[in-house]
Design a protein around this ligand. Structure first.
Ligand code: GDP
Ligand code: MG
Length: 175
């Protein structure tokens, strides 16, 4: 558990991306190892924490989830304040959610610290037959924009821990 533990670092990481791409379920999977099929649109500002050990240091990850503010420019600057990491999430079965990544990135870069670590996430890789975004397209975008990139499934728990661990480790490495 979280108590009786000396916390060496607290890292704030924000989740952004269109509605219904799976942000809330990625967070539920990472923080509680849960998944809900009939996930409701998130109401209210919310974050979850998870404590992990990186390089023998105790790191508390504070992961923020958008409060149903996924419309353009609706995410407030308070959401980004103090964030040292961001996950830009699209649904690999919805091309539009990937096409919107450039816009989300611009908004993020307009608000966040310039050293923020950013990871592009193509979620729902369990729905391979419905894929609308080739891996290479996302890789190319990530390389051009200097982002980490991973494909995940919150449903099947594929790469979720790895994605969070990778971004948190990179944050730890550069602080
Ligand atoms: P958010 O609006 O970005 O927070 O999206 P949610 O986490 O609420 O998820 C939206 C819908 O997609 C819900 O019906 C989820 O059950 C579903 N979903 C989320 N992640 C996955 C996934 O990895 N695979 C599949 N097949 N469905 C997912
Ligand atoms: Mg949500």
């Amino acid at each position: 558990g979280d108590y009786n533990q000396k916390i060496d670092y607290v890292f704030k990481v924000v989740l952004i991306g269109d509605s219904a791409v799976g942000k809330t379920q990625l967070l539920a999977r990472f923080s509680r190892n849960e998944f809900s099929v009939d996930s409701k649109a998130t109401i209210g500002v919310e974050f979850q924490t998870k404590t992990l050990v990186i390089d023998q240091k105790t790191v508390k990850a504070q992961i923020w989830d958008t409060a149903g503010q996924e419309r353009y420019r609706a995410v407030t600057s308070a959401y980004y304040r103090g964030a040292v990491g961001a996950m830009l999430v699209y649904d690999m079965t919805k091309r539009q959610s990937f096409d919107h990544m450039a816009r989300w990135l611009e908004e993020l870069r307009g608000h966040a610290d310039k050293n923020i670590v950013i990871m592009l996430i193509g979620n729902k890789c369990d729905l391979g037959s419905l894929r609308a975004v080739p891996t290479e397209d996302a890789q190319e975008f990530a390389e051009r924009e200097n982002l980490f990139f991973m494909e995940t499934s919150a449903l099947e728990s594929t790469n979720v821990e790895t994605a969070f661990f990778t971004i948190l480790t990179e944050i730890y490495r550069i602080i």
